[in-house]
Ligand binder design. Structure first.
Ligand code: HEC
Ligand code: HEC
Length: 326
């Protein structure tokens, strides 16, 4: 194989590429677009807790900001609406096993800063955990510390815990929470902590070729209320372009997704659902398949598909998918 010959000639390069995930990265000259990988600023000082007890509509619970920010306790506003959380989802195991629920929420809806787990099949969830643990799935921007914190957490799970967590999240249902808006000019935003939110001064800025996805109610987003909705701004024409690509309009280059992802792209056994999910997440995954950062046991078809996608194709596909009901 050509790669093996190259490896003999210039072993140093492959050592470097190896740390990035796989030699497939060498085929991908385009760097990860900064907009898709917001990084929490190191000097960010979160607003102080004034000690008041916070509430969200319809819940009898009350938590202070300090309780909500507890990294080892997934606060649950509506425990009566779902099965009891496995202890790893709720409280983890300090010091390294952060609870899944703190990031992915007790309901598994996640946010643009991570991933929705609700509605994924148990087999798919278990395979992703294995891939992360084995180094077969990573992320493109090393400053995304929350991803590496999760990988450290996943490495501490026992086989029984993996099964229990996968069954718990697979039983959850993802509701539609994302509104996709095509626009050229959007609210100017900033990144307080892994996510975008509008600047308080109410100014606007050009969207360009980005997707900017923001919570509609930042306070309740910070409160981890699973009912918070999001607006995802996408470039004009994205939804129609994505619809065409997804349905195989250019099948010689990008095959129709339903062949594997099932009717309505709602998932098929251990192949994940794509609709109604965060477009930021979907974009990052397509990029990461293309960049060789996802190369687990079942990644091959997606590496092939993503190789033929431009970043603009990925934006259009993510916009279309997010605009569908899960
Ligand atoms: C510190 C925050 C954090 C914690 C804690 C965390 N995750 Fe994650 N998880 C993430 C992020 C961020 C991503 C998405 C990464 C990306 O965009 O590439 C993710 C992605 C995933 C995915 C991939 C979903 C998909 O659609 O492919 C799975 C599965 C997952 N997490 C499971 C878990 C489980 C199980 C736990 C608890 C043991 C856990 N996570 C704890 C942040 C976290
Ligand atoms: C030949 C089968 C096949 C086709 C066609 C296919 N996929 Fe996939 N896709 C998969 C498999 C298998 C996985 C799971 C990969 C893994 O576990 O590593 C996957 C995973 C994904 C993921 C990751 C989701 C997540 O939760 O992280 C995205 C995004 C995706 N596919 C998008 C698409 C899109 C968009 C299309 C159509 C343009 C498409 N796929 C066509 C087989 C396919």
């Amino acid at each position: 194989m050509q790669a093996r010959r190259l490896r003999k000639l210039i072993p140093g390069i492959f050592v470097v590429l190896g740390t990035l995930g796989s030699a497939a990265y060498a085929q991908t000259p385009e760097p990860p677009p900064v907009w898709a990988y917001p990084v929490a600023p190191k000097d960010y000082v979160p607003p102080a807790d004034d000690g008041s007890v916070r509430h969200v509509p319809g819940s009898s619970k009350g938590f202070t900001l300090t309780e909500i920010r507890d990294l080892f306790y997934a606060r649950d506003w509506f425990p009566e609406k779902h099965a009891p959380m496995p202890s790893i989802v709720a409280t983890g195991r300090p010091p390294n096993l952060r609870p899944c629920g703190v990031c992915h929420r007790p309901e598994g809806i996640g946010g643009p800063e991570n991933a929705s787990l609700a509605g994924l099949s148990a087999d798919y969830i278990m395979r992703q955990i294995e891939d992360y643990r084995a180094g077969a799935r990573s992320t493109a921007v090393k400053e995304r510390a929350h991803v590496f914190r999760m990988i450290a957490a996943l490495k501490e799970l026992t086989p029984a815990e993996i099964k229990e967590i996968a069954a718990y999240y697979a039983a959850m249902k993802l509701e539609r929470r994302i509104k996709v808006v095509e626009a050229t000019t959007v609210p100017a935003s900033y990144v307080p902590n892994w996510y975008y939110t509008p600047k308080l001064d109410g100014t606007s800025e050009p969207l360009g070729d980005r997707i900017i996805e923001m919570p509609d109610d930042e306070e309740n987003f910070v409160n981890r209320d699973a009912r918070v909705t999001f607006t995802a701004y996408v470039p004009p024409g994205s939804i129609a372009r994505g619809a065409a690509l997804v349905s195989g309009a250019q099948a010689d280059r990008i095959p129709a997704c339903a062949a594997c992802h099932g009717e309505g792209l709602k998932g098929n056994a251990d192949i994940p659902p794509l609709v109604g999910r965060s477009p930021s997440l979907i974009f990052r995954q397509l990029y990461e398949f293309k960049a060789g950062l996802r190369h687990g046991s079942m990644a091959e078809p997606m590496i092939e598909n993503a190789k033929n996608m431009s970043l603009a194709d990925m934006v259009a596909i993510a916009a279309y998918l997010a605009n569908q009901t899960p």
